[in-house]
Each structure stands twice: as C-alpha cells, then as structure tokens.
Design a protein around this ligand. Structure first.
Ligand code: Z5A
Length: 223
C-alpha cells in the first residue's frame, strides 16, 4: 500500500470546539466518553454530549431504522444515505447551533465512522462518501478526534455479553478488520486532528493516554 496522502483539517469557523470519539466494535467508547466528559467539566468547558447516528428525535428514529435487523436486505446506498440524512438533521438542529454559541460538542462518532463502516466495511467508494460529506457536513468537521484502537478479536470479545446484536454487530471478522484499517488510515492522513489511543491496555492506562492527549491538545489550542 502506498503512503497515505496527508490532509490538513481547517479549524471549524465557530467559537465552540468539536470533539469526536471513534473506534470499531468493543473499543470502549461508552466507557471512555464518561472520562472525556469529566475532563471537560474539570476545565469548566460548557459542552453537550451527543451521538451518531442520532442526536435529535428524527435522527434517533433513523438510527433505529439503521440498527434494526430486518428480513429485507438493506442496500448499501440506502444505508449510506440514511447515515447522512441523520447527520444533516443532527448538524442543523444540534451541532451547528451549539458550536455557534460557543458550546463545545462531544460526539460519539461522526463522519469518520461512515468512511470506516460504509467505506471500509461495506467497500463503498470514498469518493462517493466525500461527495456527500461536502454536501452535508461542509466545513463543520471535528477539531479533535480520539480514535480508540484495539485488535478486532479483542473488541469483539469485549462486546460479547452486551445482549442482542444489532445489524452492524452481526457482521463478520473481516468486515471489522476493514473498519479498523480504514480508521487507522484516516488517522495517518490527518495527524493534526486524530489522536490514536491504544485501547487494548487496562482502562486506567487508556485513560492516562486520553488525559495526556487532551492536555497536549489544550496547550495547542490555547497558544
Ligand atoms: N455507524 C455506521 O455504520 N456509520 C456511521 O456513519 C455511524 C455509525 C455514525 C452504532 O454505533 C453503529 O452505527 C455502529 C457503527 C454504525 N455499529 N457497530 N458496531 P454505536 O457507537 O452506538 O455502537 P457501538 O460501536 O456498539 O458503541 P459502544 O456502545 O460505545 O460500544 P463500545 O465501544 O464497545 O464501548 P463500551 O460498551 O464502553 O465497551 C465494551 C466493553 O468493554 C464493556 O464491557 C467495557 O467495560 C469493556 N472495556 C472498555 N474498556 C476496556 C479496557 N480498557 N479493558 C477491558 N475492558 C474494557
């Protein structure tokens, strides 16, 4: 594979900052989002916690459509368009209003998940995703993305025992290998935005890494 092309992420044009947390199956997003929230509170940052797909009543309905297992096969383009439909609603109703009044946004997943799951997992072309991103997201991109990374088998093992599997969780190992590879490739392409966290370590060590990444990022943005 040739070296990935690096791209710079222009800071969003709003007074608020936008942080996303990403990762494949069982990486510990929910667990570590609580840690990030506590960190932001300790710095007296006004923020909202939200998630994708979802974040508004309509987008949460789209989330249910997307995650529910159904007899009818879901076309890959239908899945992709529903992800971006939910994102358009989320951006208009929640993310842009918050950022424009200076409230920070902490989102459990954003467009990187579409590149990873629909692009990597489902093998849709990144050009197609990039075109929709241009249309829907435009310049409202995260300023910082924490990518929690664990080997796929470890993640799947951790996720077991959480109850019934949703439509994505029923995918096979090679799907999640492609998801993980795509996330890591995106992190290589945008090193100024991504911080890759080795989430295979015990939780206390994972949270030390997150704390260090956030401390350094705060130093950068306050310069
Ligand atoms: N999706 C998509 O396809 N395209 C898109 O554009 C978007 C999303 C936005 C729903 O996402 C699905 O939507 C998702 C991708 C797709 N499908 N999948 N898979 P979601 O974010 O709601 O679903 P999730 O991936 O299942 O996230 P989650 O609930 O946050 O799970 P998690 O990352 O596995 O987190 P967890 O529940 O905190 O951790 C799992 C277990 O591991 C738990 O028992 C923890 O106690 C344990 N854990 C956590 N950290 C550790 C460490 N360090 N050591 C040991 N054990 C640990």
């Amino acid at each position: 594979m040739s070296a990935p092309e690096k791209t710079e992420n222009a800071p969003n044009a709003f007074p608020g900052k936008f942080i996303s947390v990403e990762g494949s199956e069982g990486v510990g997003k929910t667990t570590n989002l609580q840690f990030v929230q506590n960190y932001l509170k300790s710095r007296n940052i006004a923020f909202i916690l939200t998630r994708e797909p979802g974040g508004t009543p309509l987008a949460e309905e789209l989330r249910n459509l997307l995650l529910t297992h159904r007899e009818e096969p879901v076309s890959e383009d239908c899945e992709l368009l529903l992800m971006f439909a939910a994102r358009a609603q989320h951006l208009q109703q929640v993310i842009r209003p918050a950022l424009s009044e200076g409230t920070w946004v902490l989102s459990d997943r954003f467009t990187d998940a579409t590149y990873a799951y629909q692009g990597g997992g489902r093998s849709l072309s990144s050009e197609k995703i990039a075109n929709l991103e241009k249309l829907v997201v435009a310049s409202t991109k995260p300023d910082l993305t924490l990518l929690l990374d664990v080997p796929v088998e470890v993640g799947i093992d951790r996720a077991k025992g959480r109850g019934a599997l949703d439509r994505f969780e029923q995918e096979q190992l090679d799907f999640f290998e492609r998801v993980r590879r795509t996330y890591l490739l995106r992190a290589e392409q945008e090193p100024s935005r991504f911080r890759v966290i080795d989430a295979e370590q015990p939780l206390v060590e994972v949270q030390q890494q997150i704390q260090q990444a956030l401390d350094l990022w705060f130093e950068q943005i306050q310069r």
